[in-house]
Design a protein around this ligand. Structure first.
Ligand code: ZN
Length: 351
């Protein structure tokens, strides 16, 4: 977004006079209508205070504006093919859709042609366009007070980092509407050799550390929000910095246990189970029945297994060290391949 007042005034003058020398120089987002336009749009001109100016159409899309139907900011200045028009319309019909090969086939569109034509006209591929629109929508949720991580999941955005970048670029600082929340938690995506891991914490401890592919992650975050009455914003806290460093050491095979403070949100029984898990040493494994026995809960075998599954601090609370009695790996929220990797990694590096 253009923030220099002087430039904005110049652009606004160009907008009022429909000065076509400014075509391609800027796009204007109209806050009252949610659309963005070319400088020469024939529609009635907005007030200055309702305008946000952008250098590219992509930035306007990322700021949750949709293309104006009158001046068609995405189809200027070149002739736009039917393919492009069709796809732009298809995105507007269902902006949160994640485009797969079969979707192109259903529209009888050749995927690589679409890619090439979008790149040529808008300087972004079709997938980038659809993604920009999706992120824009997620950011709209945030503006209306939804939590960030929730918005990310709502928009079906697959990896955290693109969203995070777009978010910080556009919002600059924390979104408004967080007054009703008791606390604010910060979330960061940590890059590890096993993929991106969302970490959520306040200044006193970690609440969540998970593999991004973990089944039930969305539900887990919803539960966390409910229990803490918190809003989640992108950012970092001391516990996040600390676990980031400790995880790097862990993945390098140099750290056997973690010192980052954390919060356990669970029933007293779940907490017992989690504390018991932490006692299992690095590089060792227990069976589910061993675990139930040591908790004097032989009859509650299933309950113990459920408590393992409810753990929100992957790796730190090592539920990956629990395997089935027959020596098979048993289940794991993050997926069996991750579990195998973690066990082998620890076996190889234990001292
Ligand atoms: Zn327009």
């Amino acid at each position: 977004m253009i923030s220099c007042e002087k430039i904005k005034k110049d652009y606004y003058t160009a907008l009022l006079s429909k000065d076509n020398t400014f075509e391609g120089v800027f796009f204007v987002g109209v806050k009252t209508t949610g659309v963005f336009c070319r400088p020469t749009c024939p529609a009635r001109k907005p007030k200055f205070e309702n305008c946000e100016f952008y250098k590219t159409a992509q930035e306007a899309l990322l700021a949750s504006f949709r293309p104006c139907l009158r001046c068609r900011p995405l189809s200027h200045p070149n002739y736009v093919s039917e393919t492009v028009t069709l796809l732009v319309n298809a995105v507007e019909e269902n902006p949160t859709k994640r485009w797969k090969t079969h979707h192109f086939k259903e529209l009888s569109i050749d995927e690589s042609t679409a890619r090439r034509q979008f790149k040529k006209h808008f300087d972004m591929t079709f997938v980038e366009y659809a993604r920009a629109r999706r992120i824009g929508i997620a950011i709209k949720y945030i503006r209306s007070g939804e939590s960030v991580i929730d918005a990310q999941l709502l928009s079906g955005y697959e990896s955290g980092s693109g969203f995070r970048d777009a978010f910080s670029k556009i919002m600059g600082s924390a979104p408004k509407n967080t007054n009703d929340h008791k606390t604010v938690l910060k979330a960061t995506w940590l890059d590890t050799i096993l993929g991106s891991m969302p970490a959520i914490a306040d200044e006193t401890g970690l609440y969540l550390l998970e593999f991004v592919d973990r089944r039930g992650l969305k539900l887990e975050i919803k539960r966390l929000l409910l229990k803490t009455k918190a809003a989640i914003l992108p950012g970092t806290t001391n516990p996040i910095t600390s676990i980031d460093r400790e995880l790097k050491e862990y993945f390098d095979g140099k750290r056997m246990h973690f010192e980052t403070p954390f919060h356990l949100l669970g029933s007293p029984f779940q907490k017992d189970v989690w504390h018991e898990l932490i006692r299992i040493l690095y590089g060792e494994t227990r069976s589910y029945s061993d675990q139930a026995k040591s908790l004097n809960k032989l009859s509650a075998f299933k309950t113990v297994a459920n408590a393992n599954g409810a753990n929100q601090l992957a790796i730190i609370i090592p539920c990956h060290r629990i395997i089935s009695s027959e020596g098979t790996l048993g289940g794991y929220g993050g997926g069996i391949e991750l579990k195998r990797w973690l066990i082998e990694h620890e076996t190889a590096h234990k001292k």
